[in-house]
Design a protein around this ligand. Structure first.
Ligand SMILES: NC(=O)c1ccc[n+]([C@@H]2O[C@H](COP(=O)([O-])OP(=O)(O)OC[C@H]3O[C@@H](n4cnc5c(N)ncnc54)[C@H](O)[C@@H]3O)[C@@H](O)[C@H]2O)c1
Length: 248
C-alpha cells in the first residue's frame, strides 16, 4: 500500500476512530506515534499494535496544551528523525443549551478540536518541510454543515476545521504538505450489535458507519499516489447529509 516505514502521528489514538486509524497504519507497515492524553488508553493502544508485530510509540499528549504538542513533535523527531503523516483526530463535545454553556466549556471544546489541530499541524509542518513534504488529515464532522440543538461549540469547532483545512492547504503547499479533512457522520465506536434497525435503515447506505470507514479514507488521502488532492473535505456519512427530510 505504500506506507512501509512512514512515520504517522495520530492524536486521540487511545480509543474509537483514532485507535482504528492508528492500528490501520501500523498494519500497513507505518511507524505510529500514539498522541493521547489518557495514559491507560495510550498504553493499551501501544500494546495492541505491538501484539501483532506493528511498530509504535506512545507520547502522552493533551492537545489543549501547546507545550505538550511541541514535546510530541520533539519526541517524534528524536525517535524517527522524520514525520510523514499527521492525523488530527482528538476531539470532544459538550451538549448544552447556548444560554447555559460557560466560557470555559466553549474554550475547552474549541481548544481541543480546533486550536489543537492548528498547533499540531503547525508544529508537524516544521518537521515535514525540512524533509520535503508530508500529509495532514483533519477529522471534522458532518456537524460542520448541519446541526442538532445545543451543539454550538462542537459545531463551530468542526466548521472551523473545514476552514482551517483549506487555509493550511494553501499556506503549506509551497512546502509540499497536503492538508485535507474528513467529515464523518454517525460512526459507531461502541457496541455495533446494540444498534436498532432504524439506526441503520435511516442511512441511504443502509448501515451506520464503523471506524474502519474513516481509517481507509485516511490511507487514501495520505497516499503518495494521491498528490493532487489537497484542501478537500470528504463526507463519509452513508449519505445522511444528502438526504432531504420532510416530516410525513
Ligand atoms: N464517532 C462519531 O460518530 C464521529 C462523528 C463525527 C466526527 N467524529 C470525530 O472523530 C474524532 C474521534 O471521535 P471518536 O468518536 O472516536 O471519539 P472518542 O471520544 O471515542 O475518542 C476520542 C479520543 O481522543 C482523546 N482525547 C480527547 N481529548 C484529547 C486531548 N485534549 N488530547 C489528546 N487526546 C484527547 C480521548 O481520550 C479519546 O481517546 C473526533 O474528532 C470526533 O469529533 C466522530
Amino acid at each position: 500500500m505504500g506506507f512501509a516505514n512512514k512515520i504517522v502521528i495520530v492524536t486521540g489514538a487511545g480509543r474509537g476512530i483514532g485507535y482504528c486509524i492508528a492500528l490501520t497504519y501500523a498494519a500497513q507497515g507505518a511507524k505510529v506515534v500514539i498522541a493521547e492524553k489518557d495514559q491507560a488508553l495510550g498504553e493499551a493502544a501501544l500494546s495492541s499494535i505491538r501484539d501483532f508485530g506493528g511498530e509504535a510509540i506512545f507520547c502522552p499528549t493533551d492537545v489543549t496544551n501547546p507545550d505538550e504538542i511541541k514535546h510530541l513533535m520533539t519526541q517524534t523527531a528524536a525517535a524517527y528523525h522524520r514525520l510523514d503523516i499527521l492525523i488530527n483526530n482528538a476531539g470532544m463535545g459538550i451538549t448544552k443549551s447556548p444560554y447555559e454553556l460557560t466560557v470555559d466549556q466553549w474554550d475547552l471544546v474549541l481548544n481541543t478540536n480546533l486550536r489543537g489541530a492548528f498547533l499540531c499541524s503547525r508544529e508537524a509542518a516544521k518537521i515535514m518541510r525540512r524533509q520535503g513534504g508530508g500529509a495532514i488529515v483533519n477529522i471534522a464532522s458532518t456537524r460542520a454543515f448541519m446541526s442538532e440543538a445545543n451543539t454550538e461549540a462542537y459545531s463551530a469547532s468542526k466548521g472551523g476545521i473545514i476552514a482551517l483545512t483549506h487555509a493550511l492547504a494553501v499556506s503549506l503547499a509551497p512546502d509540499k504538505i497536503r492538508v485535507n479533512s474528513i467529515s464523518p457522520g454517525w460512526i459507531e465506536t461502541g457496541d455495533y450489535a446494540e444498534l436498532r434497525e432504524i439506526d441503520h435503515l435511516q442511512h441511504p447506505a443502509g448501515r451506520v458507519g464503523i471506524p474502519d470507514d474513516i481509517a481507509r479514507a485516511c490511507l487514501f488521502l495520505t497516499h503518495d499516489d494521491n498528490g493532487f488532492i489537497t484542501g478537500a473535505n470528504i463526507m463519509i456519512d452513508g449519505g445522511m447529509t444528502r438526504k432531504m427530510i420532510y416530516e410525513p
